[in-house]
Design a protein around this ligand. Structure first.
Ligand code: IDC
Length: 559
């Protein structure tokens, strides 16, 4: 089966590329003649550079790591108010399956706006529509700001927005650039989006202007392809649109590194993660950065590229859960929607996917327990029939949070909620001190099956002492999952320590312990796999990868 799959992959690779490109493009193309242009242009994603807010504030607030024996972002650092931009809450997942070729670009200049409607759903008798926009500056002059007016022909209410400031105005809304993405260099583009609520369904948009000039709307035959429910609407019906297409891979995923259709439902046997046939399995993959900050990199094309070119079988979706980290009443619906888009993408890609409740700034998982209970109840109901999904219920308890007083009691409430909906699933539980105190879990384990305990390390910070702890715990029967690690220091910065990194990964390969690298983003920090400005959709050359990115790619490919 694997052999024929490989041949199919080769034969289909060209078709696949075309499909991926088409999926990444919008079917509606609008152009403006505001800068030298009169014609519509086809917008493709392959040259997209990150339109994320730059990390101006975040560099200053990186967790600092000064004591190698104490492992972690320091206490003060991890509780520092997060200065990452919080408005970048979005779905960049293109789930559209039809992307008709619009008129050929007759010239490559001009500013164009394209849009796609990746999902729609109903809530309290109204229609909710997510619309993703791309403003592309095909001119030879920088754009110093943009204002896009979108006519819907019906009243609209704003629910969410990202990378933009949206003002509803009767039957239309105006979308004005955020502070950080008004400037669009010649040849670049920027993306933004919103979720709106309307009395009737929005299937296409009748008119758009950009910077006051009417833009032409090309015929749009694109259909919303998913009807995913919002997690906040308890009464909303969940309709999963996930179907399983045949898997096409460039790389043959075999044996313990297989994909879901090879390995099936995971379970935990002694200290080992095993597949449906009971044989040990090793999940290896990459974690997104916080999806509130780097949503552009949380997309199906990037995951697919990593699956096919880096030989990984797992993606971790990190959603920071602290109010200071961008998860709050006004953003949670959009973030949880993006988690689902990412999970749906991984299911379509036949990959395992970890839903990570990325506890960090709150220290104890007790702080946001009621949100976590609602979140995991929803996710485990929605994904109960998919063996792809693993639940990680608290990334890194830290500071005052203790195993007996905070983490264990939290897990004892959350796990039964997951189990009720999804009885077979594997659950990863974080451990105190930034998921280093696996020994505390060994001394007082949870009484559930199919539970694994998170061990996190950063190779330039954590050495022999933590490896010894890992070996001792494993040999004593503790199931360990390395749901996050970095090759640099625990702040995410500093230099990589690749010789330590090799020691860690070699040990895990020998013990069949699964590991997930931090992080899939182009943020200017050592732990990123991508160099700043790299495409968000894959196809990365050596120079578009960081040192850590090249090391991880080579490791995954040669081990
Ligand atoms: C870091 C990010 C950094 C961000 C910071 C926020 O790399 O861009 O500003 O979080 O606190 C962890 C955490 C993980 C950290 C990572 C590096 O799980 O969220 O990411 N790290 O500091 N534990 C140890 C290290």
């Amino acid at each position: 089966m694997l052999k024929s799959k490989k041949i199919a992959a080769v034969l289909l690779s060209a078709a696949m590329l075309l499909t991926m490109t088409a999926c990444g493009s919008s079917s509606a193309e609008l152009s403006s003649d505001s800068i030298n242009s009169t014609s519509a242009s086809v917008v493709t994603d392959d040259t997209a550079s990150s339109s994320q807010p730059t990390e101006q504030g975040s560099q200053a607030t990186e967790p600092t790591q000064s004591q190698p024996q104490q492992t972690q972002p320091s206490d003060t650092a991890s509780t520092t108010a997060q200065t990452e931009p919080t408005e970048a809450v979005t779905s960049t997942q293109q789930t559209t399956t039809t992307a008709p070729q619009t008129s050929k670009p007759s010239e490559s200049t001009g500013v164009s706006v394209s849009y796609s409607i990746p999902s729609t759903w109903e809530e309290s008798g109204k229609h909710c529509t997510q619309i993703d926009f791309t403003v592309k500056n095909g001119s030879d002059k920088a754009l110093s700001g943009w204002s896009v007016e979108v006519s819907l022909g019906q009243q609209c209410e704003l629910m969410q927005q990202w990378n933009v400031s949206v003002t509803p105005n009767g039957n239309s809304f105006t979308a004005v650039n955020a502070e950080y993405n008004g400037e669009v260099a010649a040849g670049s583009e920027t993306t933004f989006g919103c979720i709106i609520k309307t009395p009737s369904a929005v299937t296409s948009i009748s008119s758009i202007t950009i910077n006051g000039k009417q833009a032409q709307v090309n015929n749009n035959t694109q259909k919303p392809s998913s009807t995913t429910a919002q997690t906040t609407a308890a009464t909303t019906k969940t309709t999963s649109s996930v179907s399983k297409p045949p898997v096409e891979e460039n790389i043959e995923h075999t044996g313990k590194y297989g994909l879901v259709s090879d390995i099936g439902q995971l379970s935990v046997k002694g200290p080992d993660l095993v597949g449906e046939d009971g044989a040990p399995v090793q999940l290896r993959g990459v974690s997104t950065h916080g999806i509130q900050w780097f949503p552009a990199f949380a997309n199906k094309q990037a995951f697919k590229y990593l699956r096919d070119n880096w030989n990984i079988n797992t993606i971790r979706i990190a959603m920071y859960s602290g109010a200071g980290e961008g998860y709050n009443d006004s953003t949670k619906a959009g973030l949880e929607k993006l988690v689902q888009d990412c999970v749906d993408a991984c299911i379509e890609l036949d990959m395992y996917v970890i839903i990570d409740w990325h506890l960090l700034g709150d220290q104890s998982p007790q702080v946001r327990k009621s949100d976590a209970l609602r979140f995991f109840d929803y996710m485990s109901k929605k994904y109960s029939k998919y063996p792809n999904v693993i639940y990680e219920i608290c990334n890194e308890p830290n500071g005052y949070a203790s195993w007996g007083g905070d983490v264990k009691p939290y897990a004892e409430e959350v796990i039964p909620v997951i189990r009720k909906n999804d009885p077979d699933s594997v659950v990863i539980v974080g451990t105190p001190t930034w998921s280093q105190d696996i020994d505390k879990a060994l001394a007082d384990p949870l009484k559930f099956d199919n539970v694994m305990y998170a061990l996190h390390y950063y190779a330039a910070t954590h050495g022999d002492w933590l490896r010894d702890r890992a070996k001792k715990c494993y040999n004593s029967g503790l199931p360990i999952f390395v749901s996050e690690f970095g090759n640099c220091d625990a702040s995410g910065g500093g230099s990589n320590n690749l010789s330590e990194a090799r020691k860690w990964l070699t040990m895990f390969d020998e013990l069949n312990i699964s590991y997930i690298n931090w992080a899939l983003s182009d943020k200017n920090e050592t732990c990123s796999i991508l160099a700043h400005g790299a495409s968000s959709k894959g196809g990365w050359t050596d120079s578009q990868l960081t040192e850590s990115g090249r090391f991880m790619r080579d490791w995954f490919l040669s081990h």
